[in-house]
Design a protein. Structure first.
Length: 340
């Protein structure tokens, strides 16, 4: 069967443009792939156009708007997921308009579909007290407990994304002073992150115990499960959840969050650094953000810093001679009638 222009363009977009020219991560490519799997399902089920018959000419801005509504109503996805799907479609059509200029008008109509505004979530993070109690929970008399403590300490100390932790190899660890861990982030960008002495000690003992310092094991995963395979995201989330529940039982008087996921540890590291007065630029570099505006979410979320800044700028301007506003009857009458 002859390939359609849509099939050819999508194949080049996923297999060549994204990995070779954009240098995006494997997870991003998988996310874009999943978006177009859903697009194909939508056209097949709702518009009765089989994937092998789908062409660029059969896809228009209205189809894409209907698809976005379909995944919201039928697939029950949230606004963030809906916007992620649209971002993938936008990226594809930015590529398509240069590869297939005869379709440029419809490409630009699709690129004009706006993202849906949603409620901005607050940054979830642990207080220092909560983190301390969680790190106390692993049973360090057992090998698995020592592994879990080391994993959580590394996750916090480096502020790593969960995929960066999963991808760590023995060769990425430098135990001699200054001790550092090299993380591979989005777009295969690498950065070296210093680790504290206590974390370095935990890590050195863990690597010795698991023979990860031997020659020939430089490409072994740093953290692995019982099948000697790198941890998965659900596996790391399970570990964090387990010790959160144990901490809740051991310290019933402490206010713990309802859930704990790996990215929350990353948020926690950033917030603790901010509270300690570390410059936002250094926090950006530690977290591997491209732009400092991404890091500013922590500044907006930190209510304690806001309170201190307001207190520092506050001037005592009230005196006994200042009139009380509720004695201004004309103003009260105006306010009462304002919304009638």
């Amino acid at each position: 069967m002859k390939q359609t222009d849509f099939a050819r363009t999508l194949t080049r977009f996923l297999s060549d443009y994204l990995p070779s020219q954009r240098n995006v991560s494997t997870n991003t490519i998988k996310s874009y792939r999943d978006t177009f799997k859903q697009v194909l399902i939508y056209f097949n089920l709702e518009l009765k156009i089989r994937p092998e018959h789908l062409t660029l000419g059969k896809i228009n801005a209205q189809n894409i708007k209907d698809f976005l509504l379909w995944i919201e109503k039928t697939r029950r996805v949230g606004i963030n997921t809906r916007n992620q799907r649209l971002a993938a479609i936008h990226s594809f059509y930015r590529y398509t308009q240069s590869e297939n200029p005869e379709n440029i008008l419809e490409c630009q109509r699709i690129l004009g579909i706006p993202f849906k505004k949603g409620e901005k979530k607050t940054v979830e993070f642990l207080s220092q007290e909560c983190l301390k109690h969680i790190l106390e929970q692993p049973d360090t008399s057992r090998k698995k407990g020592r592994r879990d403590l080391t994993l959580m300490a590394i996750l916090y100390d480096t502020g790593a994304r969960v995929q960066e932790l999963i991808d760590l190899k023995s060769r990425d660890i430098r135990l001699t002073q200054p001790a550092t861990i090299t993380l591979t982030g989005k777009g295969n960008k690498r950065r070296s992150v210093p680790i504290m002495d206590k974390t370095r000690g935990l890590l050195e003992n863990y690597m010795k115990e698991n023979n990860l310092l031997e020659n020939g094991k430089q490409d072994y995963p740093l953290f692995y499960n019982s099948n000697i395979r790198p941890f998965t995201r659900p596996g790391i989330t399970y570990i964090l959840k387990k010790y959160l529940q144990k901490a809740k039982v051991a310290h019933i008087d402490v206010l713990f969050p309802n859930r704990l996921h790996p990215h929350m540890i990353r948020h926690t590291k950033a917030m603790h650094l901010l509270e300690a007065g570390v410059n936002l630029i250094y926090i950006r570099d530690l977290l591997g953000h491209v732009n400092v505006t991404t890091t500013e979410i922590y500044l907006r979320a930190n209510t304690e810093i806001k309170r201190k800044a307001l207190e520092a700028a506050y001037m005592e301007v009230l005196t006994q001679d200042t009139p009380v506003w509720d004695e201004d009857t004309d103003l009260l009458k105006w306010l009462e009638q304002f919304c009638r």
